[in-house]
Design a protein around this ligand. Structure first.
Ligand code: MN
Length: 215
């Protein structure tokens, strides 16, 4: 092989394909599908991750092919796009946060800093959980209940329909509860309140506290 031919074949190999270069990948779960049972079954996690979350990522990639947002970071798309592109980008982002904050061996206590902020803004951890449970029960249709912080560390609870995400309001999401029926219907049928109550057993407060430590 001549030097020129070698150079050409190497440059073809490393040439980024403009379509694949801007594609988002489906992130693996950081635990086994069945690891969160009995609170979330393996079947629920397989459908939620492999069908619903992966579906949002695939649809997002499809919509990006013909979009000026191609190549932009996910958060920028969530912030600036609208319509189907924004919805699928936000659902991809929301699910990555959601799955990451769950653990089969969760740390059950917030960090001292986050606990102090929770006690200042809600009275107690139990009061915060009760308020998020009420928000989840009261959200009509599909959506998310968020614990979010501003840049100064002040906490708030947001109830957002559909793919709603606190970053669109200038806030930083710390913890997200998915209240779409696909998140719980196989295990809990119509009992959303039971599903949310069970979810607290697998919320890893170390992950939530890490987010609060890096506002
Ligand atoms: Mn979901």
């Amino acid at each position: 092989m001549t030097a020129t031919a070698l150079f050409l074949s190497l440059s073809l190999m490393t040439q980024p394909d403009s379509a694949s270069a801007s594609r988002f990948v489906v992130r693996e779960l950081p635990y086994a599908y069945g690891a969160l049972a009995p609170y979330l079954s393996e079947e629920t996690m397989r459908f939620h991750h492999d069908k619903h979350y992966a579906g949002y990522v695939n649809k997002l990639n499809e919509l990006l092919l013909d979009s000026p947002f191609a190549g932009q970071p996910l958060e920028d798309i969530v912030l600036s796009a609208d319509g189907a592109l924004c919805n699928n980008a936000a659902q991809a982002w929301n699910h990555e946060l959601f799955f990451e904050q769950l653990s089969p061996q969760p740390v059950r206590e917030p960090s001292p800093e986050l606990r102090a902020a929770i006690e200042r803004d809600f009275g107690s951890l139990e009061a915060l959980q009760a308020q998020m449970n009420r928000a989840a029960a009261g959200l009509f249709g599909s959506g998310w209940v968020w614990l979010a912080s501003d840049r100064e560390g002040r906490l708030s609870i947001l109830s957002e329909p559909n793919a709603g995400n606190p970053v669109r309001r200038g806030l930083i999401p710390l913890l997200g509860i998915d209240v779409w029926e696909h998140a719980y219907y196989l295990d809990y049928r119509n009992r959303r309140a039971d599903a949310v109550a069970a979810l607290w057993n697998v919320i890893d407060w170390r992950c939530v506290s890490d987010r609060y430590a890096h506002l």
